[in-house]
Design a protein around this ligand. Structure first.
Ligand code: ZN
Length: 305
């Protein structure tokens, strides 16, 4: 019990430490000047809180290695620009409250210990906003771990996409299925294809969600299998709708749905009268009808991001 109490105190201390900005910020003149500046990237070296800190135009990275931080910032800046252009056609977007923090942990254990997230997870994004208005962000941070094999190629673009999407859909937060669908579509095609395999098996087993159920879910379903199906459907429903009318129409469809409901948004942007006509068209597009091979195997998801 005493060990548990000590652990809880430690967790609270870690949470408080993470909530503090790095000490180099201009409000602290001792750290106002970077140790090195290179092509829009500044390195501020070790800070009293145990992180090295680097900064680019839109990101502040807390890390342990300047070369890693440079790679992280280049990917993050590129992903941010690409996602704004992809989903909002380079139009006006809701700004972040300052720069987005990216924490690069050294291991799954450190990541889990400092964030309270299961060590199986490759990373996550944390967005906070003012009460009853998701478009008024108060903080935004991305958390990844360097030991995850596809951290640079898949996890980081995925999480930065979540950060870009935060706050862009009115007073309500972006629906989970679309948030994950759009984030996974930022990953390499080999990662996207894994969700197709999972979707095929769920279809064969009769375990797919109806699109109405999927769209109205406020949070992730519990259990690995259901969560895997939820992700796979989110990805391939997003892909289907984007191929039908384009990425920007899809983003506008989400905005309409937040204000007027899903079925009205489906009618307005895609001319589907109801969820059933969407499901029928989506199943046709997937081309799953003739396939009934239950012996397929699906690779382990390795955690959700
Ligand atoms: Zn995600």
């Amino acid at each position: 019990m005493r060990a548990l109490a000590a652990f809880m105190v430690l967790l609270a201390w870690q949470a408080a430490a993470l909530a503090q900005p790095p000490y180099y910020l201009p409000s602290n003149p001792y750290y106002a000047q970077p140790a090195a500046v290179q092509s829009g990237i500044s390195h501020f070296g070790w800070q009293p809180n145990g992180w090295r800190v680097s900064e680019s135009k839109h990101f502040i990275v807390c890390h342990r290695d300047d070369a890693v931080a440079e790679r992280v910032m280049r990917i993050a800046e590129k992903t941010r620009t690409k996602m704004i252009d992809k989903w909002f056609d380079d139009g006006p977007v809701v700004g972040w409250p300052g720069k987005c923090y990216i924490y690069v942990y050294g291991s799954a254990d450190e990541y889990s210990w400092k964030t309270g997230t299961p060590a199986l997870s490759p990373g996550h994004t944390s967005a906070k906003w003012e009460p009853n208005d998701a478009s008024r962000l108060t903080s935004i941070s991305v958390h990844v771990r360097i030991d995850y094999p596809s951290m640079f190629d898949a996890v980081l673009p995925h999480e930065v996409t979540h950060a870009v999407l935060s706050g862009q859909f009115g007073t309500k937060p972006i629906p989970r299925w679309a948030d994950e669908g759009m984030a996974v579509l930022s990953e390499p095609s080999v990662e996207i294809e894994k969700h197709k395999q999972r979707l095929q098996r769920a279809y064969d087993d009769g375990k797919l969600y109806g699109s109405g159920d999927l769209m109205q879910m406020r949070d992730y379903p519990s259990g690995d299998e259901k969560r895997g199906i939820f992700y796979a459907q989110g990805v391939y429903l997003t892909k289907f709708l984007c191929e039908r009318k384009g990425n920007v129409v899809f983003a506008n469809f989400l905005r309409t749905a937040q204000k007027k409901g899903w079925e009205e948004a489906l009618k307005k942007h895609y001319a589907f009268d109801n969820f059933k006509s969407l499901d029928d068209a989506w199943h046709d597009w997937l081309g799953f009808k003739a396939k009934k091979d239950n012996s397929k195997t699906v690779s382990s998801p390795g955690g959700w991001i």
